[in-house]
Design a protein around this ligand. Structure first.
Ligand code: GLC
Ligand code: CA
Length: 545
């Protein structure tokens, strides 16, 4: 068998307001996702990740939560959530939710009470008489803020926030706060979610003289949380959102006693760099810098998500390079990153989009697809904050994009109008019918990936190549092995397959004879040396007996 479910799952990220509007008010909702489960099943994803669907003033896209165990009225009810979970589970699909615990909305009753001098909840948030504490903590939303402290008139004190001032940080030094947060986790897991994405998890605690990230206290709390989850639930998954260097990220998996998964932030920018530099050195460096992870833990791989393409953790030089190459209009920049979707970033070049998916689906980890990227959806980067990558899903051609029966002028955000990315050009309906579409190609790749469980749990080995444009690696276990060869350059390269295949356990032949190898996608036989066209990738397997 191939591991625990999340080790082989393909995840699909959904901002609830963006997917499908079931009741004609111009805002996507929970019942809308349930209505589109046929599509998600057809596509072949295993687990949905719902972005925050809780009551919220929506200052930060719902990551400013004013009721941690409620459902935002525009999105539906708890019963709608139950129905979605039930319908998904009936189809063998799983669903995880976002768990925002570092902070709440400033409209959360806890904060409203905390502001009152002398109140019982005073110590639930981080207050100070001066804005001078913790000066070594960076500001994350650099485009909007220059301090992590904001003065509150009612409280007569400054409060601490790592994100917008509308998102005060909870005080995790307070045991009541820790207990309340564990109760929220319990609430959603009891309702039936298969896991939780722990948002902004490096920032739970503050300590003078540190950058207030990845502190030992944070890890101690996560171990407590994991123990509580293990004691009460089976087969649930905790996923760390920690945008940190590799050695710090891996700490969130502990010794297999913290989170089950963590996003692999460090490998993402190198995938984009490789296409422009036409060599794979940065990818190889990121792979080599990735420490081994404990059994039954897994990386979460992604190309894009609902945030800016973050460049916080790359070198100054790489950051400038990425901005130069991928943000030709300075307004595409957001905070320390680029607020664009995958297809526009890659100039809508099918070969590049497929190449990055080929790697996303075969490198060690579980892939996370961002809704609409399977269609090659575009963005509107001039919209506020990161809204440009959160526009309505394009289901059909025409002015409504099949997203809602409401007047498109009343949609929560406009449909992408950029020529080449408009709903007449990019939509599910047309792409489903066209066998050569990106959507059908992604679906085929997902189908093959499902059959090659080794992509989820197999060993990983890099194979040397004389040509720096080539990335060659194998994924293998006792029963399967795949050789992946990718050409990131805009020229044809020659790749020696025979020697690599022999180095793959289960492939080759003891006598040194090259065995029958086929392309996993086309089923065509492959010679001992192959030409890889510009930006081409291949998944190669032994011909089934
Ligand atoms: C995470 C989310 C991001 C949000 C932030 C604060 O980074 O992905 O969208 O703004 O946390 O909650
Ligand atoms: Ca609606």
């Amino acid at each position: 068998m191939h591991g625990v479910w999340y080790e082989t799952a393909v995840f699909y990220e959904i901002p609830v307001h963006a997917f499908f509007d079931s009741n004609g008010d111009g805002i996507g909702d929970i019942a809308g996702i349930t209505a589109k489960l046929d599509y998600l099943e057809w596509l072949g994803v295993d687990c949905l990740w719902l972005l925050p669907f809780f009551p919220s003033p929506m200052v930060d896209g719902g990551y400013d939560v004013s009721d941690l165990t409620g459902v935002r009225a525009e999105y539906g009810t708890l019963d709608d959530v139950r129905a979605l979970l039930h319908q998904a589970h009936t189809r063998g699909m799983r669903v995880i939710a976002d768990m925002v615990m570092n902070h709440t909305s400033d409209q959360h009753p806890w904060f409203l009470e905390s502001r009152e001098p002398g109140s019982a909840k005073r110590d639930w948030y981080v207050w100070s008489d001066t804005p001078d504490k913790y000066p070594d903590a960076r500001v994350i939303f650099v485009d909007s803020l220059d301090s992590n402290w904001t003065w509150d008139e009612t409280a007569g004190a400054y409060f601490w926030h790592r994100f917008y001032a509308e998102q005060p940080d909870l005080n995790f030094d307070n045991p009541q706060v820790r207990a309340a947060v564990v109760d929220v986790v319990r609430f959603w897991l009891e309702l039936g979610f298969d896991g939780l994405r722990l948002d902004a998890i490096p920032y739970l605690f503050e300590r003078e003289g540190t950058n207030c990230e990845n502190l030992p206290e944070t890890h101690a709390f996560l171990k407590e949380l994991r123990a509580a989850v293990d004691a009460e639930f089976d087969e649930r998954m905790l996923l760390a959102e920690a945008n940190q260097p590799p050695v710090q990220v891996v700490d969130y998996l502990g010794d297999g006693d913290e989170c089950h998964m963590a996003y692999h932030f460090p490998i993402m920018p190198p995938l984009f760099m490789a296409l422009k530099r036409q060599h794979t050195n940065d990818i190889i460096e990121a792979i080599k810098a990735t420490p081994p992870i404990p059994p039954s833990t897994q990386w979460g791989l992604f190309l894009r998500n609902h945030d800016e393409l973050t460049l916080e953790m790359v070198t100054e030089e790489d950051r400038e390079f990425m901005y130069r190459e991928y943000a030709p209009d300075p307004r595409m920049k957001k905070n320390v990153g680029i607020r664009r979707r995958l297809a526009p970033l890659l100039e809508n070049d099918r070969r590049l989009i497929e190449l990055l998916h080929g790697l996303l689906l075969s490198l060690p980890g579980s892939p996370f697809l961002y809704y609409g990227d399977e269609l090659g959806m575009g963005d509107e980067y001039l919209l506020r904050d990161r809204d440009g990558v959160r526009t309505p899903m394009q289901w059909e051609p025409g002015p409504t994009a099949g997203f809602s029966t409401a007047d498109p002028a009343s949609y929560y955000l406009p449909i992408v109008a950029t020529p080449g990315f408009d709903s007449d050009t990019i939509n599910v309906l047309n792409e489903m019918e066209d066998d050569t579409s990106l959507l059908n190609q992604i679906r085929r790749l997902l189908d093959i990936r499902r059959k090659l469980g080794v992509f989820g749990t197999g060993g990983f080995e890099l194979h040397a190549s004389d040509d720096p444009a080539i990335l060659k690696f194998s994924r293998s276990d006792a029963t399967q092995s795949v050789l992946v060869a990718a050409n990131v350059a805009d020229r044809t390269v020659q790749v020696e397959i025979a020697a690599s295949m022999m180095a793959v356990p289960g492939q080759g032949d003891d006598s040194g004879t090259f065995i029958d190898v086929i392309d996993a996608v086309s089923g065509e036989p492959v010679p001992a040396t192959i030409d890889l066209g510009p930006r081409e990738f291949r998944w190669l397997i032994r011909r089934p007996d």
